[in-house]
Design a protein around this ligand. Structure first.
Ligand SMILES: O=c1[nH]c(=O)c2[nH]c(=O)[nH]c2[nH]1
Length: 296
């Protein structure tokens, strides 16, 4: 005998663009997002008995993503995700949970001759601002906000020594190395009872995003890093300090290695230790260091 242990369905990779036209100043602002919306509820019979009467078509889910982007602000993405998720619970009594993921892509305003251009933008990196909302009848609105794909490198100010040395160890200790990673930082909010509660004090989301981004970059740059582990922990601590309604902060950081190259075979060139200038960036394998820090 088999049974349906878990099920969710919906539309993924829905690309949405929204423009805000400020008629008074003639300035336009744009947001581009990729949205995923997966529903849970009393939908078992669609899987087990070919009963489509419980299925809100994924095509209709896609349409709803557009309609809610028209009806509501899409900024901050936490608010849009909450409204979108809440809609499915309000509209369909047999749907109990809406899982929404919003990925916001960067369009940064172009400066021309030192002045912000009213309607032209450029992609200044693949970094995204992400939100995952789980909107449920039972538990309210659980929100996770994130920065993903922020690529950083420091050419000094990072060490790694004192680690376990045994018969498996070949890595040398270093007091000066290159440190590079793609930042994936996630902060989890206290649970909100309704979309209206998300809307109240909505500035908290942009403030937390700016704080998380600034703290990540500042700590990365300024910390005399003893390890990826220790530097990321400092970032988490500081974000928790700045964002009162955030319950926990986590990072997942690849350690993107840059290997020294011994060039002494060529005319005795010195290119290791303090003389290292030319390195070999590695595609893999890479370290992967993760943590989640909560309030004690
Ligand atoms: O910051 C680091 N943490 C590690 O756990 C580790 N392991 C390793 O080989 N290099 C590094 N660097």
């Amino acid at each position: 005998m088999a049974r349906l242990a878990a099920a969710r369905y919906g539309k993924d990779n829905v690309r949405v663009y929204k423009v805000h036209k400020d008629e008074a100043t003639g300035t336009q602002s744009v947001t581009e997002m990729t949205v995923c919306c997966l529903l849970e509820g009393q939908i078992e019979t669609s899987y087990t008995e070919a009963d489509n009467s419980v299925v809100v078509a994924t095509d209709s889910i896609k349409n709803t993503i557009y309609i809610k982007a028209k009806e509501h602000p899409v900024n901050p993405p936490e608010l849009y995700a909450a409204h979108l998720g809440q809609h499915f619970l309000d509209k369909y009594p047999h749907i109990n949970v809406a899982n929404i993921k919003v990925i916001v892509h960067r369009w940064t305003r172009i400066n021309i001759d030192g002045k912000p251009h009213p309607h032209s933008f450029y992609r200044d990196g693949n970094e995204t601002r992400n939100v995952e909302a789980r909107v449920s009848r039972e538990a309210g609105i659980e929100l996770k906000s994130a920065i993903q794909g922020l690529q950083v490198l420091k050419s000094t100010g990072s060490a790694f020594y004192g680690f376990v040395r045994d018969e498996y160890t070949t890595l040398g200790e270093t007091w000066d190395r290159i440190l590079s990673t793609d930042v994936d930082a996630t902060w989890t909010w206290k649970t909100f009872p309704t979309a209206a509660a998300v809307e109240q004090g909505v500035e908290r989301f942009d403030q937390a995003f700016e704080a998380a981004r600034t703290i990540t970059l500042k700590t990365f740059a300024e910390d005399e890093s003893a390890s990826v582990q220790n530097t990321m922990y400092k970032m988490c601590e500081e974000i928790l300090e700045k964002a009162a309604e955030v319950e926990s902060v986590g990072y997942s950081l690849p350690n993107k290695h840059y290997f020294e190259i011994d060039l002494s075979w060529h005319k005795g060139y010195k290119n290791t230790g303090k003389d290292a200038e030319v390195y070999a960036p590695q595609s893999g394998p890479n370290g992967l260091i993760k943590c989640e820090v909560a309030r004690s």
